[in-house]
Ligand binder design. Sequence first.
Ligand SMILES: [Zn+2]
Length: 281
Amino acid sequence: MIRVDYSEPSSAEWKQWKAAQAAQAAKARDAFKAGDPPPEVGDPIDEDRKAEIREAFHRKCAFCEAPITIKKPGNVRRYRPPSQVYDIDGNRVRITAGDLKFLHPGYFWLANEPSNLLYTCSGCAPKDERKRDCFPVLGDEYGWPPGKENDEVRLLFHPIDDDPEQFLNLDGGSGILVGADERAQVSIEVLGLNREELRDVRSKTFAKVSALLESVCNANPSKPDQATFINGTLDTIVSSSKPSHPYSFVYRSALKKYRPRIKPLLDELLALASRRRQPRP
Ligand SMILES: [Zn+2]
């Protein structure tokens, strides 16, 4: 999981849809304030809007980075659940406001707010509502009433607002993600980021990239064919480590591990190139 390089869709249709959803959300908030029960979640998201969101997330899961394909199409997941909230133990969250105690009705006013809409694989948006609608916050101190949600200390990484990479480490051999702080550990648990299929793909990818990097480190930069191999291989791996690439975190982790050995090689290549450019006396 890394921070997504995200740009909100900008088509005229998107802007129109966004404005309509914002108007609905404001109306719902006012009605709730006036004492009406929590309203229904916003409009279902049509296929064209879903396609725009999918593109904005580079056709990969916002959480686990699995590629979104025709066979594994994924869907839009709401970051803050709009119709009910579960804690990490699988219990419905209750709000205490003065003398009142009631079940958290969900963040209905954020249902179709663009920053709440993430494109994810089906594994990161399970059908089990206790998992799908799990949104833990520090100390169970939920922001209330609507509008106070920014006072909560979220324990689930937001893949655009947060930089998860800073708090996650990959054990390359097993493919297991290890969280460096509570938020990382909770995010791994809530999203099931160490499920078998992900561990498998991460460990296999890490082994493949490591083998290539090992060959790069053992190549001789002063031999032209091997210099070409070094440059070509590194270009390919660096390009796969870009945020838009599936499982980029694995490529980034492998590059991080090999950086101390690659750096002198690149310095040598630069020195050789500069010597070649020097005019002969
Ligand atoms: Zn996923």
